[in-house]
Design a protein around this ligand. Structure first.
Ligand code: THU
Length: 157
């Protein structure tokens, strides 16, 4: 029997460690949490995606009384980006959240499995790694790529 390990390096950064471009993306993700529609969970998530044409596209979770019909922030952002700028490639994504108390979460918000799968497709279309910034109130986790969030991903059939 063979075994192998899959390791993911996560950098835990303070605000001062971020580049200007990263800080801007983090701010835009935080602002996007205020455009969330979350009357059921009261958990507000915002996502901001930097594209290679310089545009930043944002999204926020949109819930529905028929719960599964709602959409996470990450997918609202990546589908909006794909539908608005079909030729642009993703460069980086930041994801931020506010908890049921309305305050930014201390813990960085990590995307759900479905969003990881959706984002991975855009990373593959980009043909290069897409940096991921998971935003907590005091700490930002930086991962090098979406695939780092989804080891052994389903990619082709
Ligand atoms: N949510 C997101 O928008 N992104 C995530 O990565 C995790 C969860 C949303 C879905 C739902 O509207 C609320 O957060 C509570 O799960």
């Amino acid at each position: 029997m063979k075994k192998f390990d899959i390791t993911v390096t996560v950098e835990a950064l303070a605000a001062s460690d971020l580049s200007d471009s990263e800080s801007r993306l983090v701010d835009l993700a935080r602002q996007a949490t205020y455009r969330s529609y979350a009357p059921y969970s009261h958990f507000c998530v915002g996502a901001a995606i930097l594209l290679d044409n310089g545009e930043v596209v944002t999204g926020a979770n949109q819930e529905n009384v028929a719960y599964p019909s709602g959409t996470c922030a990450e997918r609202s952002a990546c589908y909006y980006a794909g539908a608005t700028y079909p030729d642009a490639r993703f460069v980086a994504i930041a994801i931020a959240s506010r908890g049921t108390d309305g305050e930014p979460t201390t813990q960085p918000c990590a995307p759900c499995g479905a969003c990881r799968q959706a984002l991975l497709e855009y990373e593959m279309r980009a043909g290069h790694d897409v940096a991921v910034l998971l935003v907590g109130s005091d700490t930002v986790y930086r991962l090098p790529s979406v695939k780092a969030l989804l080891p052994l991903a389903f990619t082709e059939f």
